[in-house]
Design a protein around this ligand. Structure first.
Ligand code: C2E
Ligand code: MG
Ligand code: MG
Ligand code: MG
Length: 283
């Protein structure tokens, strides 16, 4: 009897797996069409300088509105695009869109685009990006690229060579989600990142966890000594904001200031700056 039950369990499990695999395959096929059908768009989340209270950059975040399933998050479809070999095309499409949108904003606002590790390992990235900058007319110093530690570990030498080439064009390179994953401090010796972004998990725990606070402090110290700005992401409360300002963070991003916005709203948001007063009074 135990054996039969066991087999039943295995069977149900593998049927689930089949359904999951089929579902993934459908979604993969949809993803390729979605790009052409313009179902994938970008929203932009403001990042504020603590010193000036102004929006100095925005992060481009991909959104997919599936015609039947509704919103599908980038945490789902970016890995899917990576697995089915589609990330190169999708990433290029998103970069072109971000640069085109950025042209319509006030010129002091930079745009930060997330890069998938595979976009670098596919090669030709510098040529592709420099082509996009030429076509859209966006000055290279208004583009930032966010890379994660995962990007760096696969092929360290080649990655840093490519990042140097991109930087030689005038593009800023940011270390994203620092502190999670396989952080290695030696990356900072190997490459001078322009900015480091503290992962929101540390920001969320800043009030309750001594170790989160200690890690944030250490990253800010590192930033100060190595000439990197330090952005805290996922700031949701004034208490978090005040602590981050107290610790010497240079830039803030989070729902407290703004959710990701439509491109058309960026110019307006950067003019009204609803949070400038709260930032100033906290500083
Ligand atoms: P990320 O690059 O670390 O982006 C920050 C994420 O934190 C975004 O999630 C953003 O909406 C969210 N966030 C910002 N402020 C807050 C806050 O105050 N509270 C909370 N709870 N969340 C906040 P999102 O848009 O779902 O993106 C998730 C991840 O998907 C990104 O993490 C990035 O790794 C990836 N991603 C998004 N767009 C792209 C893209 O165009 N290309 C690539 N390669 N990856 C992308
Ligand atoms: Mg990012
Ligand atoms: Mg991040
Ligand atoms: Mg993240």
């Amino acid at each position: 009897r135990a054996k039969a039950a066991g087999r039943g369990t295995v069977c149900a499990f593998s049927q689930d797996m089949d359904a999951e695999v089929r579902d993934r395959q459908m979604l993969e096929a949809d993803l390729r069409e979605a790009m052409a059908a313009d179902e994938i768009s970008l929203l932009y989340q403001p990042i504020l300088s603590i010193e000036s209270g102004q929006v100095t950059s925005v992060e481009a975040l991909a959104r997919w509105t599936h015609r039947l399933r509704g919103q599908i998050g980038p945490d789902v479809f970016i890995p899917l695009a990576e697995e089915c070999g589609f990330i190169g095309q999708l990433g290029e499409h998103l970069l072109r869109r971000a640069c085109t949108d950025a042209i319509s904003w006030p010129p002091h606002i930079r745009v930060a685009v997330n890069l998938s590790p595979l976009q670098i390992h596919a090669g030709r990235l510098t040529a592709t990006i420099s082509g996009i900058l030429d076509q859209t007319g966006l000055p290279a110093d208004r583009l930032q690229l966010e890379v994660t530690e995962g990007l760096v570990i696969r092929d360290v030498e080649r990655t840093f060579i490519e990042l140097e080439r991109l930087r030689a064009l005038g593009i800023q390179i940011l270390m994203d989600d620092f502190g999670v994953g396989y952080s290695s401090l030696s990356y900072f010796e190997r490459f001078r990142f322009d900015k480091v972004k503290i992962d929101k998990s540390f920001v969320t725990d800043i009030a309750s966890s001594r170790s989160s606070r200690a890690i944030i402090k250490a990253v800010i110290g590192l930033g100060r000594d190595l000439g990197m700005s330090v952005v805290a992401e996922g700031v949701e409360t004034t208490e978090q904001m005040e602590q981050l300002i107290g610790l010497g963070c240079t830039h803030l991003q989070g729902f407290l200031f703004s959710r990701p916005l439509d491109s058309a709203m960026i110019a307006t948001f950067s003019q009204t700056r609803p949070t400038a007063t709260s930032l100033a009074s906290a500083a």
